[in-house]
Design a protein around this ligand. Structure first.
Ligand code: NAD
Length: 690
């Protein structure tokens, strides 16, 4: 205590989680301060690297968080007690911020961050966060902060009124702050009793928020529940609002979506640890090269430059480098226009990128990413040249989607330095990067690939070398089924509707139209050569291309387009029907459920085959790839997790049926049969592998 103020310091490494012993200590200290007539106010602070991290996860799993004093008891004691300040350093996220919101004031160091990220796990802040933030900052801010789950820095927290001041330390400065307020008699009531921010609320903001949820959070329960809670905060007395929030929280906690999102969270963590707990040191990449500034190379250049890495981009001639420069300028201009990037940041990023036509410019690069056209002869000659011009330590990576990394490695003459770094389009946006292991990739090369992806803010998944790696390889089964379904009578519209209702951002048919049917036809003509003779690919894409229907870019593909708006087109349906007649297929109608199973169950069978062949390390890596590469709904965990939930027996049955109809690639894999027969859980059956 000093000068009438009590300091309550939580010191519980590593993150000051609210374990039972911490809660007991807090309860004792707060009770003593509240009872002491010499104490006028209290300061809640923490020792160590951060503020209070919220509940103790281990205790949550054991149910110990329900033992008294609970977090809620502590909150009640603070709120009913003497004027208080939460002095925040590090981060106050989730329960940590909810606790701080029970104090009269909050002050933070300049590097402090706050946020309520529960939505990311399919939950909402359940310790009064929705109620207090709304009453403190108004419903508009609460909707933004809680629905996004984003982190706010100290400046924004202060601008929005979450922090009452930014301070230089968490001891003397908060004490001065509180003493000044006490002296001035400027002490507001507890947040739950404040109503200034919830006066004259325009109800339209809640309608708009729900409309946005339908667009952005397709099928997720938590976002609408959050809107309900924030609306309730504007309507109900404080205690009733808290009770309402509690009921909403209880309905979500432990539910399907909460479990799937928690699984997806840990799956991402596991994917990052693919190289074990003690991976080889990664090379520090200060300067990176890019071969080919087309669609992918430009996007990758932006991702690198935005992360502060110097980029040397080489293309065939001046025209090509000018085109790349323009593409990059356009991407940056778009980011500035959307408010996602400041003008200063754009300048800084663009200054990082240098354009050349001579491979010798790569002589100072620590890593080079090849993004030239998808032809082995081109790639081999590029890798041979890279082997000559790059420094001995440089990592050489290919962005190929389907070609053999081993052959490029051999061509380079330095196979241990070669890996795949498979970005997804658009590369500056999509989160997934597959780090592909060739037969000879060194541990350092793989570590460097994983670390670089992380530095770019991407999610890296380690993959083995094969046609399509983890994601595209299993995607073919999904898009392939969409084509077979159309032959058999399901309309493009119904198929896309089912996939989108399931939670995919875009159905498989519309996705094909967007990517371009001519591109798909080209890839398939190569793939067709390696297919077993008893298997066929659907000819629908080729038929569309023959009719001049290349997809969105030509105004028509499986749909007709007005701008980006897709419209069902009788001409396309006629082409599909004619193809079915040629193939001797009798068209019929499908239920939505049948379409859903035909689209998604075969992914799981192919995923099992990827695990069998060591292309994927574990089932959860396939899930991470689908969630981050194709926008598979995270609230369903990923295809492998979803398969477990719906029952692997059904996956086997579907594979048996399709195998009989379509050929050996569709038949159940041995691993799928094995896991289905031994309880139906990937991780339990595969043990250490998963
Ligand atoms: P693109 O045709 O848009 O760009 C290729 C660029 O490489 C062009 O600018 C071309 O001038 C340049 N180039 C050609 N030969 C070169 C050489 N010898 N040296 C330097 N530059 C050369 O192609 P893209 O769509 O960006 O694809 C590039 C690679 O990325 C391919 O391997 C492709 O399979 C892969 N990929 C593409 C996507 C996608 O969605 N387009 C997604 C993932 C991976």
């Amino acid at each position: 205590m000093s000068d009438g103020l009590a300091f309550i310091s939580v010191d519980h490494p590593p993150v000051n989680a609210l374990s039972l012993t911490v809660r007991q200590g807090l309860a004792r200290a707060i009770a003593a301060a509240n009872a002491d007539p010499l104490v006028d106010g209290l300061i809640l602070r923490t020792i160590g690297k951060t503020f209070i991290a919220g509940a103790d996860i281990k205790e949550l799993q054991q149910g110990m968080h329900l033992q008294s004093p609970t977090v809620r008891d502590i909150q009640d004691m603070i709120e009913a007690g003497k004027p208080s300040v939460a002095a925040i350093h590090g981060s106050a996220l989730g329960g940590g911020l909810e606790l701080a919101l029970t104090c009269t004031f909050r002050v933070g160091l300049p590097d402090a961050t706050v946020g309520l990220p529960e939505v990311k796990l399919g939950l909402l802040p359940g310790a009064g966060g929705t109620q207090r933030l709304t009453r403190l900052c108004g419903p508009r801010v609460a909707l933004d902060v809680i629905l996004s789950g984003r982190r706010l820095d100290a400046k924004e927290a202060s601008d929005l009124g979450i922090f009452d001041a930014i301070v230089t330390d968490t001891h003397d400065a908060p004490a001065r702050f509180l003493r000044d307020r006490l002296a001035a008699g400027d002490v507001p009531p507890p947040i739950l009793e404040r109503s200034h921010a919830i006066a004259n609320v325009d109800a339209a903001i809640f309608t708009d928020a729900r409309t946005n949820n339908r667009k952005r959070a397709r099928g997720r329960l938590a976002p609408d529940a959050i809107v309900d809670c924030i609306e309730a905060a504007c309507r109900l007395p404080g205690a009733e609002g808290v009770a309402f929030e509690r009921a909403q929280f209880d309905a979500l906690q432990g539910g399907e979506q909460n479990r799937a999102l928690a699984y997806a969270f840990f799956a991402e963590r596991d994917a990052a640890k693919a190289l074990g707990s003690n991976p080889a040191p990664a090379l520090e990449v200060a300067r990176a090269g890019i071969v080919g500034g087309g669609l992918m190379g430009s996007g990758i250049a932006v991702a690198l430059a935005n992360a502060g890495i110097d980029v040397i981009l080489v293309d065939v001639d001046q025209d090509a480098t000018s085109a790349a420069q323009q593409r990059i300028a356009q991407i940056h201009a778009g980011a500035v226009a959307r408010g996602a990037m400041s003008d200063a940041a754009r300048h800084a990023a663009q200054n990082h990128i240098h354009f050349h036509t001579d491979y010798r410019s790569f002589s100072s690069c620590d890593l080079v990413i090849e993004a030239a056209p998808e032809r082995m002869a081109i790639k081999e000659s590029i890798f041979a040249r890279l082997g000559e011009v790059t420094p001995a330590h440089a990592i050489l990576a290919s962005n190929t989607s389907s070609l053999d990394i081993d052959r490029m490695a051999a061509a380079s003459n330095h196979p241990s330095r070669v890996i795949g770094l498979h970005f997804f389009s658009p590369a500056h946006v999509m989160k997934l990067v597959e780090v592909v292991r060739s037969g000879a990739s060194s541990p350092e090369a793989l570590s460097t690939g994983m670390a670089l992806a992380r530095r770019l803010g991407k999610v890296a998944v380690l993959a083995g070398n094969c046609d399509g790696f983890i994601a595209n390889r299993s995607l073919q089964f999904y898009t392939g089924q969409a084509e077979f379904l159309m032959e058999q009578g399901a309309s493009p519209e119904q198929i896309d509707h089912v996939a989108e209702a399931f939670g995919m951002p875009m159905g498989p048919v519309a996705m094909r139209d967007m990517a371009g049917l001519d591109v798909a036809a080209l890839v398939r003509s190569v793939r067709a050569r390696t297919l077993p003779p008893e298997e066929r690919l659907s000819p629908l894409i080729e038929k569309m291309v023959e009719a001049g229907r290349l997809g969105q870019k030509s105004g028509a593909g499986f749909y007709r387009y007005e701008g980006r708006k897709r419209i069902t087109d009788p001409e396309a349906l006629a082409i599909i029907q004619a193809a079915a007649r040629e193939l001797g297929i009798r068209q019929r109608s499908f239920t939505d459920e049948e379409i859903r199973d035909r689209l998604f169950l075969p992914i799981i069978n192919e995923g099992a085959r990827e695990i069998e062949e060591d292309i994927a390390l574990r089932a959860s890596d396939i899930d991470v790839a689908w969630v981050n590469g194709y926008g598979f709904p995270a609230h369903r965990g990923g295809p492998m997790y979803w398969g477990e939930q719906t029952g692997l027996d059904r996956v086997v049955a579907m594979a048996e049926r399709l195998g009989a109809e379509l050929g050996p690639r569709w038949q159940p894999s041995a691993l799928l049969r094995h896991v289905a027969a031994s309880g139906g859980e990937w991780s339990r059956t595969l043990g250490g592998k998963d």
